[in-house]
Design a protein around this ligand. Structure first.
Ligand code: UD1
Length: 382
């Protein structure tokens, strides 16, 4: 039986690990071990995803926490190397593009442990993004590169990765979305926020923001929030805020641009509301439910661009580039950058005219994890 480490660390990793664990459980050829680096540690950034997604407690918790990039990546490497020495895994699987991904991939590659990268080949071609550095490095040292779209295969080939290592399997995050739709629809978040009364759902926009390029400079963050404030004259803007974003809002004294509700159960949203309502980060089902009923979503997240493509909700991405172009060509995604006028004008147009529904990206069908486990099974046992 082969021992496989599945590495998670930050919020967007947990929904990608869930379908893999489900598939590995069905296959007696593999003993899977769930590793959590502790990159994210707040209940709302970590534990509540384990609860919502029915994930088991991590088998190994490294407890690394926050820090500068060097410190966080280095600390993960130090702790992960220790468990690789003691546990001797046969393969490590890393997902996405966070610091935990690259840190564990480097450790494994140097110990001659094969590495599988799930969500390989995505490129924004913007090396000022820490995630882009993580993607490029992880792909260069991986043995199995599992991709979500054909453009990722092309990116990898152009970087000299040999074709035999590349496997187009689809999108594990969409596996999770599709298998949880029913549960997510049962969330009572709309009632809690008074967005649903007597079976009528009010129109609202949903906002998420956490990229350093959007939240670390005062004038940029102020400009984006100004645009959202204008949009909130049309419909309320619900804003589950990442802890780092909230910190920056407080640091730049921008709290007055919005209302903040610390406890969702006691939150008063009186309509007609012309405001941005900031909330703590939400758990998986609550957020999925809010996404699927939103009139428009504004975000700088990568994963949300993909989820809105499947949910067919208009998505305005507050960035100048995306590593997920398929969400524009086939989905509901529009790049708007961080210029306030452009954000406002595009949002008003989309609110009036909607966006054209296109098609579902190939293999975003809920079976990506099945394909990954099949490939590994063949590779190890045939
Ligand atoms: C990380 C990922 C990013 C991903 C995002 C999702 C990297 C380089 N970035 O960014 O790709 O989109 O997660 O959330 O890995 N903090 C808390 N509580 C937590 C975690 C973080 O308060 O549980 C605060 C800390 O102040 C920390 C800051 O958020 O310093 C940033 O956390 P970090 O893990 O460094 O990066 P994210 O911005 O979350």
């Amino acid at each position: 039986m082969k021992k496989i480490f599945i590495v998670t660390g930050a919020r967007p990793n947990f929904m990608k690990a869930a379908p893999l664990i489900k598939e590995f459980k069905k296959n007696s050829n593999f003993n899977h071990v769930l590793v959590h680096t502790g990159q994210h540690y707040d209940k709302q950034m970590s534990e509540c995803f384990f609860d919502d997604l029915g994930l088991p407690e991590p088998d190994i918790y490294l407890g690394v926490g926050s820090g500068t990039h060097g410190m966080q990546t280095g600390n993960i490497m130090i702790e992960f190397e220790k468990v690789c020495f003691s546990e001797k895994p046969d393969l490590i699987l890393v997902v996405g593009d966070v610091n935990s991904t690259v840190a564990c991939a480097i450790v494994a590659a140097k110990m001659f442990i094969p590495v599988g990268h799930i969500e390989a080949g995505l490129r924004s071609f913007d090396r000022t993004m820490p995630e882009e550095i993580n993607r490029i490095l992880t792909d260069q040292i991986s043995d199995y590169l599992f991709t979500t779209c054909r453009d990722a295969n092309r990116n990898l080939i152009e970087e000299g990765i040999c074709a035999e290592k590349i496997h187009f399997v689809g999108n594990v995050m969409i596996d999770t979305l599709l298998s949880n739709i029913e549960k997510s629809n049962k969330s009572n978040i709309l009632e809690k926020l008074k967005l649903k009364e007597k079976n009528k759902i009010r129109k609202y926009a949903l906002l998420t923001l956490h990229r350093p390029s959007n939240v670390d400079k005062e004038e940029v963050l102020r400009g984006i929030l100004k645009a959202l404030k204008r949009i909130s004259r049309e419909l309320p803007v619900i804003f589950p805020a990442h802890p780092r974003t909230l910190k920056q809002i407080r640091k730049f004294k921008l709290e007055e641009m919005m209302s903040y509700c610390e406890n969702i159960s006691h939150c008063e949203l009186n309509f007609p509301a012309h405001d941005i309502l900031a909330l703590p980060p939400l758990a998986y089902h609550d957020f999925q439910c809010l996404m699927s009923h939103a009139k428009i979503i504004l975000t700088d997240s990568g994963g949300i661009q993909e989820e809105t493509t499947i949910l067919q909700v208009p998505c305005l991405t507050i960035r100048n580039n995306t590593e997920r172009p398929v969400t524009i060509t086939e989905g509901t995604n529009i790049m708007v950058g961080n210029d306030a006028d452009r954000i406002i004008n595009t949002a008003l147009r989309v609110l009036k005219d909607g966006v054209k529904r296109k098609k579902m990206p190939e293999y975003w069908d809920g079976k990506a994890a099945v394909r990954i486990v099949e490939i590994l099974n063949r590779s190890f046992y045939e």
